[in-house]
Design a binder for this molecule. Structure first.
Ligand SMILES: [Zn+2]
Length: 333
């Protein structure tokens, strides 16, 4: 029961935060410690990590004596607002940008942010630094670079200045920055084929990118290599990493791709919902139902009020269609 009350209170506060109301009272939850900058909200999550909300996707910012590291960069048109919000947190050099996927709501500010940043050659990123030129390094899975760039002569999805400069192809990439180990872990075939979780090990915060959202069903981008099994695996990985302080509450904080700050309990709830809907669609496919029949059968009816986005990729129809396409393409994906 305590968990239910907690979850519903947290959800209510999340909605207020999005509406831009300010709570003067502070208590132990990070979402009570934030300030509103125009339509942006900057929240101290825990340790060295902040979240800036209202730019498209959420941006995680790690600050310290050495400099600034950001996870994702919001929509392109919000770049100058993002830079101003980062500067209010720290005047140290921006050295690292990490992208959790290739979508424009998470990478749109890459070029503008890279320009204000600095590359520290011989820094503590494992592996080679592909680009020792000016600007912050952009770290991402190799597939993010493939999505944003294009072979010579073809039009790329993003300008060259926005492309990752430092990619990895499997496992994880490690950065030691601001006296904190930061892990960038590939989550294959989840929201896309280039997703990374970013784990701040001292601050005890995980930035999940679009694998996890508090405002919609997951966007499983099957066209860009996403898949339902990879999505569930990735949610389980987040649950494995998160350690609650009490029961399933507090402890590790989770920054979703969109929406409010969460803890493990919220991810467990989401994972259960995603798994249940997947099972319903899988059973329907076994019975020979078509996608149109599945869409009209109402398999998400009990969850729609909480999770269905009004438009865009996170609607019930798009979620069910993505599960269907993913299972049809490969029953294990
Ligand atoms: Zn994305």
């Amino acid at each position: 029961m305590a968990k239910l009350i907690f979850a519903s209170a947290a959800a209510t506060i999340g909605i207020f935060a999005i509406a831009g109301l300010v709570f003067a009272q502070k208590n132990q939850f990070p979402w009570d410690d934030y300030r509103v900058e125009g339509d942006l909200t900057t929240i101290h999550v825990q340790g060295n990590v902040y979240m800036i909300h209202g730019l498209g996707g959420n941006v995680a910012v790690q600050i310290g004596d050495t400099g600034v590291l950001v996870v994702n960069t919001g929509l392109e048109q919000n770049s100058s607002k993002l830079i101003a919000a980062i500067r209010k947190l720290s005047d140290k050099p921006l050295q690292y940008i990490i992208n959790t996927c290739a979508h424009p709501d998470q990478t749109g500010g890459n070029e503008a942010l890279r320009k204000i940043g600095v590359t520290i050659t011989g820094a503590n990123v494992t592996g080679d630094i592909a680009d020792a030129g000016q600007g912050a390094q952009i770290i991402a899975h190799e597939n993010v670079l493939d999505r944003l760039s294009a072979p010579t002569g073809q039009k790329a999805a993003a300008p060259a200045g926005a492309w990752p400069t430092d990619t990895y192809v499997s496992g994880q990439k490690e950065v030691f920055f601001n006296e904190e180990p930061v892990e960038v872990r590939w989550q294959p075939a989840a929201h896309t084929d280039g997703d990374s979780l970013v784990i701040f090990r001292r601050s005890d915060v995980v930035a999940t990118g679009d694998i996890f959202s508090t405002v919609s069903y997951p966007f499983i981008d099957v066209e860009r290599g996403g898949g339902i099994q990879g999505e569930i695996d990735a949610l389980n990985n987040i649950i494995d990493i998160a350690i609650p302080k009490h029961e399933e509450e507090g402890g590790t904080y989770i920054i979703p791709g969109h929406g409010r700050i969460c803890d493990e309990f919220d991810v467990v709830e989401y994972r259960d919902m995603v798994t249940i809907v997947r099972d319903r669609v899988r059973n329907a496919i076994k019975k020979g139902m078509t996608l149109e029949q599945i869409k009209t059968a109402g398999f998400t009816k009990d969850y729609d009020a909480r999770w269905s986005a009004k438009e865009g990729p996170g609607t019930a129809d798009n979620f069910v269609a993505a599960i269907y396409r993913s299972l049809k393409a490969s029953p294990s994906r």
